[in-house]
Design a protein around this ligand. Structure first.
Ligand SMILES: C[S@@+](CC[C@H](N)C(=O)[O-])C[C@H]1O[C@@H](n2cnc3c(N)ncnc32)[C@H](O)[C@@H]1O
Length: 242
């Protein structure tokens, strides 16, 4: 049986220079030139997921910038990125020394993120297709154990994902681990943070980033970057893993 290469299905691409505003670091990110074909194919998707992976988003850019500025969050740590999109956060995480696993629902996202990581010349990463709403997919991801650091940029935009993502993050984080969540002020993300706080998560905003962003239409977007840690019962195991 012949395997189709997800990059073939994407069609024409554009190489876009991206400047990270705080650190001044520059990356080149390859993205689809248009999304019409991807949208046509998304109509057949059983989960009705749209190809949001194809854009460069402020949250992924902000989280990339934070990781370049504060590499201690990921340096030499087993790190999971959820919903990696084009891989801009992944490129920064690897540049800062993360031992990274990238995940996304779309194989095209993983293929493009892999291409962008190779172009940046960083260490190789593991890439896993994942549906965070699907139990079998989560179990397969955990075959190497849970992760001390989980990165997620702009993954909370649909109400249906609040409960599944709370469960997912709880399962994939190692005891004492930290989720770093970047979000551009969407109401769904605010509700997620409220529900996390009332269900045993210690949440705190560590930074706010106002760009400027690669796409001028995002000029008014401010990204909040939060850390989330799950409270453990006193006396239960609590140790930071690397
Ligand atoms: C708005 S994009 C953000 C992409 C990237 N993190 C960024 O900030 O540039 C959301 C990402 O989550 C992925 N995603 C959506 N639903 C998913 C699911 N159920 N399981 C895994 N990934 C999913 C999308 O394919 C997309 O790459």
């Amino acid at each position: 049986m012949t395997q189709t290469n997800p990059l073939d299905a994407i069609g024409a691409t554009i190489e876009e220079p991206v400047l990270l505003p705080w650190s001044g670091r520059r990356f080149t990110i390859t993205r689809p030139a248009g999304i019409d074909d991807l949208l046509d194919r998304a109509e057949l998707d059983p989960e009705q997921n749209l190809p949001y992976f194809a854009e460069i988003w402020p949250s992924g850019t902000a989280l990339a910038d934070l990781l370049i500025e504060q590499s201690e969050y990921v340096a030499n740590r087993r790190t999971l990125e959820v919903g990696c999109g084009l891989g801009i956060t992944a490129v920064a995480a690897v540049a800062s020394g993360a031992r990274l696993t990238i995940t996304d629902y779309f194989p095209e996202s993983l293929a493009l993120a892999g291409k962008n990581l190779r172009a940046a010349g960083g260490a190789s990463v593991e890439a896993r297709q994942l549906n965070w709403r699907d139990e079998a997919s989560i179990t397969a991801l955990l075959d190497g154990g849970p992760f001390p650091i989980v990165l997620a940029a702009d993954v909370l935009y649909e109400s249906r994902d609040i409960a599944p993502l709370l469960t997912f993050f709880d399962r994939v984080l190692a005891p004492g681990g930290t989720l770093i969540l970047a979000e551009p002020g969407r109401p769904v993300a605010a509700r997620f943070l409220e529900q996390a706080a009332t269900s045993g998560w210690d949440t705190g905003e560590i930074a706010r980033h106002s760009g400027p962003w690669p796409d001028p239409k995002d000029a008014n977007v401010t990204v909040g970057i939060h850390t989330l840690r799950k409270f453990r019962v006193p006396g239960s195991e609590f140790r930071v893993q690397s």
